[in-house]
Write a protein that binds this ligand. Structure first.
Ligand SMILES: CC(C)(COP(=O)(O)OP(=O)(O)OC[C@H]1O[C@@H](n2cnc3c(N)ncnc32)[C@H](O)[C@@H]1OP(=O)(O)O)[C@@H](O)C(=O)NCCC(=O)NCCS
Length: 183
């Protein structure tokens, strides 16, 4: 492995970049305080912007580790920070990274997350040397499954009652893509 950490990435419509503390108001407003966004996630909506500030502060510390891959998603045209994509788990012996993502409701349905995830996978496969990138979703959240399909991942099955999120214990759909199949 050749961990490269979180460096800025540019796509057609987006900039993926490290967080800064000043992002707290936008992150809080656009997605972290929205129970509709966090419905299938493991963390509760933030009660105040101070919670968001603390969370970002902990992420800033994690950037010191070269195996941290965590980007804020910024619209190129408006400069708005509207979402998040990160490697949420690494299984180094099998060169595997698991992706997690979320974004503000106002931006859903424009293909932004597939665009961001493809760019992130390029870094993970081509620069960091991962062999397998995977992702999971609550079976009641097929929107996220659509992202996995659009970026070329293969459905690998369902872990029944295999996860815990804000809805409780849920069935978990699993997807992955191997480096050899990434084009
Ligand atoms: C999952 C999520 C990241 C998808 O990102 P996105 O950029 O909207 O993805 P896409 O634009 O490719 O849309 C994916 C699917 O969402 C659905 N969708 C499209 N527009 C939508 C809208 N306005 N509102 C709700 N769903 C919509 C469609 O089924 C779409 O698939 P299709 O393009 O084949 O019709 C986003 O919905 C989100 O942040 N959800 C809340 C957090 C979350 O659930 N994270 C994943 C946990 S596993």
């Amino acid at each position: 492995m050749n961990h490269v950490g979180t460096h800025a990435i540019e796509t057609e419509r987006l900039i993926l970049r490290r967080y800064v503390l000043e992002d707290a108001p936008m992150m809080f407003k656009y997605w972290a305080s929205d129970a509709e966004v966090t419905k299938y996630l493991t963390w509760p909506p933030h009660a105040s912007v101070d919670v968001t500030k603390q969370v970002i502060a902990s992420w800033l510390e994690s950037y010191e580790k070269p195996d941290t891959y965590h980007w804020g998603l910024v619209m190129k045209d408006t400069g708005e920070l509207f979402g998040d994509i990160a490697v949420v788990r690494i299984a180094e012996p099998i060169l595997e990274a698991e992706l997690g993502w979320c974004m503000g409701r106002a931006w859903w349905g424009n293909g932004y997350m597939p665009e961001a995830a493809r760019a992130v996978m390029r870094v993970l496969f081509d620069e960091a040397g991962f062999n397998r990138v995977c992702a999971t979703h609550d079976v009641e959240n097929p929107k996220s499954g659509r992202v996995m399909q659009k970026i070329g991942m293969t459905f690998e099955g369902v872990s029944r009652q295999g996860d815990l999120n804000n809805r409780g214990i849920v069935d978990l759909a699993r997807y992955a893509l191997l480096r050899a199949d990434f084009t």
